[in-house]
Design a protein around this ligand. Structure first.
Ligand code: GAL
Length: 671
């Protein structure tokens, strides 16, 4: 049952942080709040990990310290993003009920001492958590300082996949609701294979560690179940809050590289406003392009509505193998990239750097070095900019390009046994996005099956799992005049992970005008060359065209002489197909050609061409706002007229955006 969204209302763009005052004494709180005001902080998340503090013993609450913090923030005019406090269980709870501890795939339990040590399907955990939420909501639900509810924290960050007996029972219930009978489960998973047939519900377990590879249909459904189990938990907390408070409710998503456990397309409709946490991942080749992708996806989850960046970092994190600080100005550029891409709030983890605990080497707004630091000065500078651009809040990002993305494809494509272990779903997604980003194009990331009528160019990178219905939406959109670029490994399996036969990409086969017979992956390190001079790697395939034209073929490798890039007229539109992973430069050039053909261009003309830039337009009621974020080392010139909200300067006939700088131009209202 869908519940009408409660709007998150805020004066301008929210600027804030996670605040963990329980790590400090009250004299520090005074300094914190004074400095928050200096920096322009106006939205603070508290009580995220508050459980052990506010419920020291089962059913015994002590809100004295939280009351104090709430009043201090309120008096300072700082609004509160109130955590329900259920993210991390207190020791008394897991001591009394060790059965709530999660079990990993080898059947061993994980112990308390970290965080999120709870099974998403545990009724004992659920009952204790909801009692806490009720107590918190009863106490603060109508407090004027509470602007937003923050349910739990990054649900599923550590505990998404639990294999305990309670989870196995809940998984069977979930399967019963989806399939009705054991026979249908057998059919969906293809258990005729390897004598895996089930006869009774109780025979079905979670996909625990096996000696050989597991049944991929089983694994896929376990992902679906696990995402739903945590969503059910979110809903249970939200329902308790709703009975006590009118304030909007959300939780912080993890739309970021490497975290694939939740299908946020199915979650997003439950959020009063989408909120995301994003950290630059330096293990990726191009972390900045991934940032832009994550921001575009966060906006897509809210169907284009403004969202909140609930956490990011001022500098280094503490959980990558090498934790790199940000270059001068990078924090401001990254923050404003999120705003450019639709965020109406910029928040950080965390306010004051911890001196103890496992996050003591994680950056913060107020670093260990204190206010005499480059990080603090940049925080204050950003606070000033966020304040000056407040009128942008509520405006929406303009885009003519969509990229189809799905968590189900991510799950299905990373099966233990697949054509190549050297390629993952995100490799293709990120490569496609990088090519769009390098062309300065703004991209909406949308779910398969979404209405595409607003777009001129649609890119479908490796959408391994595609239903016939979603394929039909895409092919109908192409036939109506759209230009699509579809890349290899798309539409290989249906919703039950069953291969479409008769030539790969089954439901797209006719629109692509191709007969794809065999995958021919290529070892890492081997380069492929195409007849148009492009270079490629990791993948090729053996196919022939039926109605498509060949734009380039493989000159070498296991698919030598066969099509690498094709183009098929389909109705009034064109379906391009790319059967390999192009080098970044060649991919960028291909997207440049296709975008010209589709009539899409960057938000404004730039000289020299895109490169290290973000150029995005948000359109509001009375005006539009052109964001130009220059990450590069050379100045760029952008055609624009209006008022630069960052510097206050008038802009007439164009603006030079210096290397490393950001300009946000309020353009003349459209006629
Ligand atoms: C997030 C989390 C925060 C903090 C942060 C560190 O995953 O929500 O509590 O741990 O990462 O980067």
């Amino acid at each position: 049952m869908s519940v009408p969204a409660r709007p998150f209302e805020h004066d301008g763009i929210a600027f804030g942080c996670d605040y963990n005052p329980e790590q400090w004494t009250p004299d520090v709180w005074d300094e914190d709040i004074a400095l928050m005001r200096d920096a322009g902080v106006d939205l603070v998340a508290i009580n995220i990990f508050g459980w052990a503090h506010i419920e020291p013993r089962a059913g015994e609450y002590d809100f004295s310290r939280l009351d104090d913090i709430v009043e201090r923030l309120h008096t300072a005019g700082i609004r509160i993003n109130l955590g329900t406090g259920t993210a991390s269980t207190p020791a008394w709870l897991t001591t009394a009920h060790p059965e709530i501890l999660p079990v990993v795939e080898d059947g061993t339990r994980r112990y308390p001492g970290g965080r999120q040590a709870w099974c998403p399907s545990s009724p004992v955990y659920r009952e204790a958590a909801l009692a806490l939420v009720d107590a918190v909501a009863a106490r603060y639900g109508s407090h004027p300082a509470i602007a937003l509810w923050h349910v739990s924290n990054e649900l599923g960050c550590h505990n998404a996949l639990c294999h305990c007996d309670e989870s196995a029972g809940a998984f069977r219930e979930w399967l019963r609701a989806r399939y009705g009978t054991v026979a249908e489960v057998n059919r969906a998973w293809g258990t005729a294979f390897w004598s895996q047939t089930y006869y009774e519900w109780d025979e079905i377990l979670t996909p625990r560690a096996t000696l050989s590879s597991r049944n991929p249909g089983h694994v896929l459904d376990f992902h679906r179940f696990s995402s739903d189990a945590l969503l059910e938990h979110y809903r249970a907390e939200a329902e308790v809050i709703r009975a006590r408070s009118e304030v909007p409710i959300t939780t912080n998503f993890m739309v970021t590289a490497h975290i694939e456990n939740l299908d946020y397309w199915s979650w997003a409709g439950d959020m009063d406003i989408v909120a995301n946490d994003h950290y630059l991942d330096h293990r990726l080749g191009d972390p900045r392009s991934e940032l832009a992708f994550a921001a575009d996806l966060s906006r897509g989850l809210g169907q284009g509505a403004p969202w909140i960046l609930m956490e990011h970092s001022t500098g280094a994190v503490n959980w990558q193998p090498l934790n790199t600080p940000k270059a001068p100005g990078e924090m401001i550029r990254n923050s404003l990239t999120h705003v450019a891409r639709g965020a109406d709030g910029v928040c950080f983890f965390q306010w004051r750097a911890s001196v103890q605990g496992s996050e003591k080497f994680h950056s913060a707004m107020l670093p260990h070095a204190g206010t005499d630091s480059a990080v603090w000065r940049e925080v204050v500078e950003l606070g000033g900019i966020v304040d000056r651009i407040g009128e942008i809040a509520g405006s929406r990002v303009e885009s003519d390009v969509a990229l189809l993305f799905s968590w189900e494809s991510w799950w299905a494509s990373q099966s233990e046994t697949r054509p190549s272990q050297s390629l993952g779903y995100l490799d293709q997604v990120h490569a496609s996005y990088r090519a769009l980003h390098a062309n300065g194009l703004t991209v909406d990331v949308v779910a398969p099956g979404a209405d595409l009528s607003a777009y001129r160019l649609v890119v479908v990178p490796g959408l391994h799992l595609m239903t016939e219905a979603d394929a039909a939406v895409l092919t109908a959109w192409i036939a109506a005049g759209g230009t699509a670029l579809i890349t290899f490994s798309t539409a290989i399996v249906d919703e039950n992970d069953r291969v479409y036969t008769g030539g790969y990409a089954g439901p797209l086969r006719e629109a692509l005008g191709l007969h794809i017979e065999e995958f021919a992956p290529v070892a890492p390190g081997l380069a492929l060359t195409l007849t148009d001079g492009s270079t490629a790697r990791l993948w090729s395939e053996r196919s022939r065209t039926t109605t498509a034209e060949v734009a380039a073929s493989f000159t070498d490798g296991p698919a030598e002489g066969m099509p690498a890039l094709t183009r098929n007229i389909w109705g009034d539109g064109t379906a391009h197909y790319l059967a390999t992973l192009l080098s970044d430069a060649d991919y960028r050039d291909l997207v440049a050609r296709l975008s010209a053909e589709a009539g899409v261009a960057p938000a404004a003309p730039i000289r020299p061409a895109a490169g290290d830039l973000e150029i995005v337009r948000r359109r509001g009621e009375g005006a539009s706002y052109l964001f130009v974020i220059n990450h590069g080392e050379t100045d760029v010139r952008v055609d624009s007229d209006g008022l630069d909200l960052v510097t206050g300067a008038e802009v007439a006939g164009g603006i030079t955006v210096p290397a490393g700088a950001v300009r946000i131009i309020r353009e003349e209202a459209a006629a």
